[in-house]
Design a protein around this ligand. Structure first.
Ligand code: FAD
Length: 466
């Protein structure tokens, strides 16, 4: 008998006034009893609408059924057929707008907690199984992947499973992309990412860190000198945007990328860390997405008394995941909605001290379908801010496009591809944020998966023609 409760089982989590002072994971994961109870809410629909909401098409009802049978490893194996990063996706995917948005239980109540169950199965596997994946027989072909974010890792994993000799080139000293330098430890522990990367290494994927493609080696050289037959570009969108307002060059003003990298990758919050970070009293984070929520919650953990989210639209338009907004509020982040900064003002030493903002109203919907923010004249107000963090978006770094002949890109910098990830340059494929602009982990993974299949067809067809 299905469990007909209208509500999802709550996720156990650290209490808000404890967790806003530490970097340990906030959400603690379902216990076995909670997972069994939640799995029993799934109606196992024949037409599986939830699967169509998942960009990598995980057979969701099938893995949930395995959980109801107590076969947690079986559940994990079903997820792993479609996803190379199950423990990551179970934690950070925006399930509410994807698989769970299609769940029929959501019509008259809350949808099944699909993400929470995915996390349960992945964590169970990580705790109980240390079996190395079976390394496929080599097929004699070589492929290169640039960037070790979720898109590059997925492409690399899928190619390795097909027997390719795959090398991932990563600019930073640690693989993982945004999963390690952007998303904080309290949302996605680095040990989880490392474990998933170790699984890919066990499949035979080689990862060369500290290698900036476009500087250390070009795409042309990867083909001509190193003998790769195809290249996948998964270099993300790591170039931060700024507003262009007066005062953005003051000390104490960061891009969210820099602020989060200092904290997550360089552990600047630890006593004696080599990397410095501002320990400000009043922090204003500009933006309303996941990046803004992460920066605000990190600033709180660094000891700030007041942390403001300054966002030009309203609550309904906040692009961050609902759960992250909720968590930020519980942790004491102050939301200054319908507000837009116009100037950052210095103290007598030239450091950021205050920020002048204007109040905004909402007009007619714009191209994105959200109501357009409009300035309310004469509504200036000031907030104290000795640290300002800009989290208003990012775009792809121009390095790859400026060093690769014949790679067609859009005006805003994104690489142009067809639906299979093929670029204008034969043998070069691309996906993830480098193509779409800043998006989500699961979309980046989906693109890596699609491109891996296309690269396989491209190389096999080339091999047949010889
Ligand atoms: C703070 C933050 C929080 C987020 N939270 C969420 C969330 O909760 N849920 C969600 O779904 N999405 C979230 N996102 C978005 C998500 O992380 C990205 O959409 C996703 O990581 C994109 O994956 P990618 O592989 O395309 O790029 P990335 O993860 O950016 O990885 C690209 C990699 O390429 C490397 N690289 C770049 N240029 C070169 C070069 N020339 N040579 C070699 N290597 C290079 C970079 O160093 C990086 O490691 C968040 C993003 C940020 C910044």
């Amino acid at each position: 008998m299905p469990n007909m409760s209208l509500k999802k089982n709550e996720m156990p989590s650290q209490s808000s006034d404890v967790r806003n002072k530490n970097y340990e994971e906030v959400a603690l994961g379902y216990t076995e009893a909670l997972a069994l109870d939640e799995a029993a809410r799934c109606l196992n629909c024949k037409n599986m609408p939830c699967v169509s909401g998942c960009p990598v098409n995980i057979k969701i009802p099938h893995f949930i059924k395995k959980i109801t049978e107590g076969d947690y490893e079986g559940a994990y194996q079903i997820i792993a057929e479609s996803s190379s990063l199950p423990a990551v996706c179970g934690r950070v995917c925006p399930q509410e707008s994807q698989c769970e948005a299609k769940c029929v239980r959501g019509i008259k109540g809350e949808p099944v907690g699909i993400g929470r169950l995915e996390r349960f199965a992945a964590d169970w596997h990580n705790e109980h199984s240390d079996e190395a994946p079976v390394r496929p027989a080599p097929n004699g072909h070589r492929a290169a992947v640039i960037g070790s974010g979720p898109s590059g890792l997925t492409c690399a994993g899928d190619l390795a499973k097909l027997g390719y000799d795959v090398t991932v080139f990563e600019a930073l000293h640690t693989p993982g992309g945004v999963l390690v330098y952007g998303i904080p430890e309290f949302r996605l522990p680095k040990a989880i990412v490392k474990k998933e990367i170790d699984t890919l290494r066990a499949l035979g994927v080689k990862i060369e860190t500290n290698t900036v493609v476009g500087k250390a080696v070009t795409i042309d050289e990867l083909f001509e000198d190193e003998g790769f037959e195809a290249v996948y570009v998964g270099t993300g969108a790591g170039l931060p945007r700024f507003m262009g307002i007066p005062g953005e060059n003051l000390c104490g003003v960061y891009s969210a990328n820099e602020f989060l990298t200092r904290i997550n990758l360089m552990k600047a919050y630890r006593d004696g860390a080599d990397t410095p970070i501002a320990h400000a009293k009043n922090v204003a984070v500009v933006g309303g997405g996941n990046v803004a929520m992460d920066a605000a919650r990190c600033a709180k953990r660094l000891g700030a008394e007041n942390v403001y989210i300054v966002y030009r639209r309203g609550e309904e338009e906040l692009p961050a995941r609902a759960e992250e907004v909720e968590h930020a509020k519980e942790e004491g982040i102050i939301f200054r909605l319908l507000s837009n900064p116009v100037e950052i003002l210095p103290d007598e030493n030239g450091n950021a001290a205050r920020m002048t903002c204007v109040r905004m109203g909402l007009g007619e919907p714009d191209d994105s379908g959200r109501r357009r923010p409009v300035v309310i004249e004469g509504s200036e107000f000031t907030i104290d801010a000795d640290c300002v963090i800009m989290a208003i978006g990012t775009s792809p770094n121009p390095l790859i496009r400026s060093t690769t002949e014949g790679l067609e890109c859009a005006k805003w910098g994104g690489i142009i591809t067809d639906e299979n990830g093929a670029t204008s340059r034969p043998g070069v494929y691309a996906g993830g944020d480098a193509v779409t602009g800043a998006a989500t982990v699961i979309l980046a993974m989906g693109a890596g998966k699609t491109a891996a299949a296309a690269i396989d067809r491209y190389i096999r067809d080339g091999a047949k023609a010889e």
